[in-house]
Write a protein that binds this ligand. Sequence first.
Ligand code: LLP
Length: 427
Amino acid sequence: MNHFELKGGELFCEGVSLADIAAAVGTPVYVYSSATLERHFQVLRDALVAEDLKGEHGGDPLIAFAVKANSNLAVLKTLARMGAGADTVSEGEIRRALAAGVPPEKIVFSGVGKTADELAFALKAGVSEINVESEPEMRLASQVARSLGLRATIAIRVNPDISAGGHAKISTGKADNKFGVSFSEAERLYANASNDAGLNPVGVTCHIGSQISDLEPMAQAFAKMRGLVERLRGEGLSVQRLDLGGGLGVPYFNQPEPPSPADYARMIAKTMDGLDIAYAFEPGRMIAANAGVLLARVLHIHERPEGRKFAVLDAAMNDLIRPAMYDAYHEIAPVKPRAGEPVVYDVVGPICETGDTFTRERALPPLESGDLVAFLSAGAYGAVMASEYNSRLLVPEVLVKGDQYAVVRPRPTYEEMMERERPAPWL
Ligand code: LLP
């Protein structure tokens, strides 16, 4: 459920008309709903708690929002206030999480290629856990920790070698992906880590992919994770935490309805029945995707002699790259839908490459130059993946709460864009 709805023939975000935001802030612009972010977080937490999946010291499980999905500080702050932690993959993301008020003991540091500097930063900040993805990375974490007189709290990321479907570019759980180590490797590394003065192994973790619409591969992977925990404990090693990653899909409107958080929690409770462990989760998309839209304006309706109709927008692939990069589907909703028979459009951006196409041959209500359209489900992996390609200004972001809104990342000026660069001394 989300809070983008037609009211009186016009699309609103909570109590604010999207047309009002477009008039005040200009387009393209991302608009996020606080109520939707909060609701998604709450629904997931309720589902996990209802199945008695506990966190550390018998409290709620750690729900570490995957900052990569939406790293705007206002979004992170909204979630931090609800009690969310943060799953981070760089020093930048750790800094954002801390700046948004996420306590370090709720920050997980993931990622396949952490540098020594980033590890040192994370250790000094006191993050809850470093998810190590390979033996060399584990050695580096130990070295860095010892050089600081610290012990790195780590979890070993396992690659369960399970295909979760979804787009190949976002599948992470197969043995030929770069992520994590095999189960046998994990056992060896965990035992080594237990005897390493620089390391404190506390658990194991996996993340098998994103936009997963079928619980079966997840259940298989999680059952293997449970087996690993039991084998490690059988060897006398202490395993306190199990981080099951993110990956639950969201409805992108034309796709199969993904499993609900309640089904997801039930599947985990069933798979882990009787296992006493502290759970952590790293959801990104399911919290943020349907909490955001990209608002754009139709510049021209360009009709080719062959009969194709192009709706040329002021938003482009640099603002929302998912359709170009993953053939992703985003519903396109006119902000004030016109009456009349649907018309088939190719919806494109102004960038000079054919890949700058949001959709081909989509039947939409009739559009005219000047109309506003909203790309739905754009709150995750939208603004965070934006660039300035074609020297287009970085797309701004707005956060709505009830009948108020705030520009939480303004559109830069052209001067600001160019001020970041320096002349070379010989020019
Ligand atoms: N944890 C780890 C270790 C991850 O690598 C990811 C996402 C997540 C959690 C969050 O997964 P989620 O719950 O959002 O599925 N840019 C792509 C998605 C890339 C996902 C990468 N990893 C897209 O636009 O679809």
